[in-house]
Design a protein around this ligand. Structure first.
Ligand code: ATP
Ligand code: MG
Length: 283
């Protein structure tokens, strides 16, 4: 049996639950329960505050956890990371009041900086030779400058709208983060085997999300061009159409290049292009 700790309620919760379900693991969850058991995989899920997850996994109270790298590294647990999960992407940034003159890191010398990430910020500044006074506060960091608590702040940013709303300007990126799967260091051989099964499923889900299934018709004369544009996993599947001189081609394209590729496919003569989502993709 594996125990997986995920965030009870917050920015990681929904994506964590979705990922587990997309791995084919079924369970019942309700907002008041702190623990649930999967019905078709030897997995117990614990719902905790995200800050507590690295410590619980380090101590083996939970075997696995899903947490932001920002929280993991701040807790000194980076060695526990086993798999990047690609969601909850954000950055830890330094910001100063909009009106403050800022040319570079040297302008932070001897300032008071409020943050919930003293360790990450401390090592970032130390590596760059900047001395500053760090004030550790656990929330509402953005208001610190306006109430006179600090000259600058260092906090998690994704769109930047919260900073803007508090009259702040983002000036440096200290750390880039995403959600990661972590594992305790002393899994039993059976648990290690279950972890590998889980990672295999997670990787298949992620690969599928990044890929699209593409179907199209093309004249045989365009086949070389089409094959060049669509290498596929091994090579595209080509089947003849009832209409002589035409083939149907099936392949896989990556999400980020698919607009570019479909327009080139049209240019070489492809027609009836269909693009479909892929549910799972096994390497
Ligand atoms: P808890 O009550 O569990 O301690 P919290 O308030 O500390 O929750 P959240 O705000 O829910 O934490 O954020 C959890 C994690 O989500 C952060 O540590 C970070 O990794 C990521 N995150 C934070 N803000 C954003 C954002 N704006 N966009 C995407 N991911 C974010
Ligand atoms: Mg927290």
């Amino acid at each position: 049996m594996l125990r997986l700790a995920i965030q009870k309620s917050g920015r990681l919760s929904e994506d964590s639950l979705t990922l587990i379900r997309e791995c084919g693991i079924s369970f019942v969850s309700s907002s008041y329960k702190l623990k649930t058991e999967a019905t078709n995989f030897p997995l117990e899920i614990l719902f905790l505050r995200d800050d507590d997850i690295p410590g619980y996994v380090q101590d083996g109270v939970a075997d696995l956890g899903i947490v932001g790298q920002n929280v993991l590294v701040e807790a000194g647990g980076s060695a526990l990371e086993v798999e990047a999960l690609g969601f909850s992407k954000c950055r830890l940034s330094l910001a100063v009041p909009r009106a403050a003159a800022y040319q570079g890191l040297a302008d932070l010398q001897n300032l008071n900086i409020a943050t919930s990430y003293p360790k990450l910020l401390g090592s970032y500044l130390a590596e760059r030779g900047v001395q500053a006074q760090l004030h550790t506060i656990s929330g509402s960091v953005e208001i610190a400058p306006s109430i006179g608590l600090a000259d600058a702040i260092c906090d998690i940013v994704s769109s930047g709208s919260t900073l803007l709303g508090n009259g702040l300007r983002e000036v440096e990126t200290v750390f880039r983060s995403e959600a990661v799967l972590i594992a305790q260091p002393n899994l039993s051989p059976l648990q290690a085997e279950l972890l590998e099964q889980l990672r295999f499923r997670m990787q298949a889900v992620r690969r599928a999300k990044r890929s699209k299934y593409i179907l199209l018709n093309a004249p045989v004369s365009a086949l070389d061009d089409v094959r060049r544009l669509l290498p596929g996993i091994k090579s595209p599947t080509v089947t003849p159409l009832a209409e002589p001189g035409w083939v149907s081609v099936q392949s896989v394209v990556q999400e980020d290049e698919f607009w570019h590729i479909t327009s080139q496919l049209k240019a070489v003569g492809a027609e009836g292009i269909l693009v479909l989502p892929i549910e799972k993709m096994i390497a």
